[in-house]
Design a protein around this ligand. Structure first.
Ligand code: NDP
Ligand SMILES: N[C@@H](CC=O)C(=O)O
Ligand code: NA
Length: 442
């Protein structure tokens, strides 16, 4: 029988993800030992409340509320508590006591990543975070390692499982937003405060992490343009469907030329966008994620799989744990940060994409011409115009007939489109601007 040395693993958090990490670690102990060349000993699970229900049957004696003591004796600390504090302090404590850290906490990395990576570098510790972006999908390691010899030009993807679940349920089953969110929360996909998902804070944190890795720079969370899905109504989803599109919350990170200066910069943004139903992203259902990476030499790569969920996320955590544990056994320097590039982050006004502008207009002669003129005046080329449903609106006490007008544009600069929309809103012929949605994907 092979005698393995012990690598002591402390787990901070025993919720949706943590309980599954513990279960799999205990169930597959032998396999981990042979893969790593050392026994992975789970020394404890720090939680807030010892009586909380768990999604796995785990030995009671492993649970503790004393995270600090647990960290003291650990070789590797897994942080799946979430939130900024005390997670940040615990991770710093772990690093400073010589442990490597595995975390799924994108909120923390996007907010205090620089501090944590610098602390780790100072003492030669490693910080692993595959689970922080796109759950089970290997995307961090491909960007940090596999594509380190290439030049990433663009990343576009669905990186939040909860919002994809909601939009998919609205599209496929006609569910209401609130019903779909309740199920996503029940299934363990949503953040502790689902506002993080719905208002796209979570997706923005992931975009900040992906863009920083892809472009070897630091993209602060505050410079990621963020629009959530709260405004997406059943009507918007239905109109999109009729026009051959599906609404998806997308993260887009790309190298761009600043239209104002001609200098190279980067853009990182998250917003709900229209995707053609023919596009592979349209086929990403439920809480799945998919990330397209376009690199200079590699061309287009697509990463697809479960973006959220307990066992799925635990898979990514355990992959990192094996890497960390192997380093403990074999030694070696591990990966350093690669943030040598200093690219400016460009504002949303600098991007170029296609748009669908939906207007409610008064149904009278000359309306189309006046609307088309505003697009032309601002240099935005119109690709299609469709007249939709008819209604009526009270004007000075009288019911005036209205019609819905959908204008699809060719690729246009966001600042030109924004100026067009402001001008359209002022037209007498326009009753209201119903929605402005970007169209992504070829
Ligand atoms: N759920 C998912 O699909 C995914 C989650 N993540 C990330 O993983 C992390 C964990 O998520 P998830 O498992 O869903 O979260 P949960 O809310 O289900 O679990 C959090 C766990 O941490 C414990 N905890 C929270 N605060 C403290 C504290 N101050 N001291 C000690 N223990 C504490 C809780 O204890 P108690 O049980 O007693 O309440 C609970 O066990 C988050 O960073 C999240 O963003 C990443 C990818 C996917
Ligand atoms: N709440 C997140 C969990 C995974 O990161 C999501 O829905 O994607
Ligand atoms: Na991942």
């Amino acid at each position: 029988m092979i005698e393995y040395r012990n690598v002591r693993v402390a787990l901070l958090g025993g919720g949706t993800v943590g309980a599954q990490v513990a279960r799999l670690l205990l169930e597959h102990q032998e396999e981990f030992a042979s893969r790593v060349g050392a026994s992975l000993e789970l020394t404890g699970i720090a939680v807030r409340n010892l009586d909380s229900p768990r999604s796995a049957d785990l030995p009671k004696e492993l649970f503790t509320t004393d995270a600090e003591s647990l960290i003291l004796g650990a070789d590797i600390v897994i942080e799946v508590m979430g939130g900024l504090e005390p997670a940040r302090s615990y991770i710093l404590q772990a690093i400073n006591s010589g442990a490597d850290v595995v975390t799924a906490n994108k909120a923390l990395l996007a907010t205090h990543g620089t501090e944590l990576f610098e602390a780790a570098e100072r003492v030669g510790a490693q910080l692993y975070f595959e689970a922080a972006v796109a759950g089970a999908i290997p995307i961090i390691r491909p960007l940090r390692e596999s594509l380190a010899g290439d030049r990433v030009k663009r990343i576009m993807g669905i990186v939040n499982g909860t919002t994809n679940y909601i939009l998919d349920k609205m599209d496929v089953e006609g569910s209401t937003f609130d019903d779909a969110l309740a199920v996503a929360t029940e299934l363990g996909y949503a953040e502790a405060d689902p506002t993080a998902d719905v208002d796209a804070f979570d997706a923005a944190q992931k975009a900040s992490i992906l863009a920083s890795l892809a472009f070897h720079t630091t993209i602060p969370l505050e410079s990621v343009h963020r629009e959530g899905i709260r405004e997406i109504s059943g009507k918007t989803v239905e109109l999109a469907k009729k026009a051959g599109y599906v609404v998806k919350l997308l993260a887009v990170c790309e190298r761009l030329t600043d239209p104002a200066t001609g200098e190279e910069g980067v853009s990182a943004r998250v917003y709900p966008a229209l995707i053609s139903r023919e596009h592979p992203l349209a086929a990403v259902h439920k809480a799945n994620n998919a990330v397209f990476v376009e690199a200079e030499a590699a061309g287009s790569l697509m990463f697809y799989g479960a973006g959220a969920g307990g066992p799925e996320t635990a898979s990514a955590i355990l992959g990192d744990l094996v890497s960390a544990a192997r380093r403990h056994v074999i030694g070696g320097p591990g990966l350093g940060a690669s943030t040598h590039a200093n690219l400016p982050v460009l504002p949303i006004s600098a991007i170029t994409t296609r748009y669908h502008v939906t207007l409610s207009v008064f149904d009278r002669p000359g309306v189309l011409a006046s609307v088309a003129e505003e697009f032309a005046k601002h240099g935005v080329s119109v690709e299609l115009v469709e007249q939709g449903t008819f209604g009526s609106e009270a004007v000075s006490g009288e019911a005036a007939p209205t019609a819905t007008l959908v204008i699809g544009t060719h690729a246009a600069l966001e600042s030109d489109l924004a100026a067009t929309v402001s001008a359209l809103a002022q037209l007498d012929a326009v009753s209201s601007v119903v929605s402005v949605l970007r169209v992504e994907g070829a």
